[in-house]
Design a protein around this ligand. Structure first.
Ligand SMILES: [Zn+2]
Length: 110
């Protein structure tokens, strides 16, 4: 999985706010940590910026998760294939994470 594949995958995702599909130029890959990819996406329709994470398990299709509301999480819990544990892990990860991606990834490389 590389950046262009991740971007293509994100083009099939829809804005969680309004359902608008993302254009490739609105998707910025911030980096990845093991099989977890971080992106910043901008919705042209509702002019909102979202932090998106995609978990790639190496076998099946990648799962995309965003910083979901509780209601959305309930909805996704019922959908086939979503790894709820990973979503929850992501929440605690993002809660602790201070947003400094460059530090995160440079630590991983060191
Ligand atoms: Zn939108």
């Amino acid at each position: 999985m590389d950046e262009s594949n991740i971007k293509k995958m994100m083009m099939s995702a829809k804005c969680s706010g309004c359902g608008q599909r993302y254009e490739i130029e609105d998707i910025e890959v911030l980096g990845h940590h093991e099989n977890m990819w971080f992106m910043s996406v901008f919705c042209v329709a509702c002019r909102a910026q979202y932090l998106v994470t995609a978990v790639v398990d190496g076998e099946g299709a990648p799962e995309t998760v965003t910083d979901l509301s509780a209601a959305e999480e309930e909805k996704f819990r019922d959908s086939e294939g979503l790894k709820v544990d990973e979503v929850l892990d992501m929440h605690s990860f993002l809660k602790k994470f201070n947003g400094d991606f460059s530090r995160l990834f440079s630590e991983e490389a060191a």
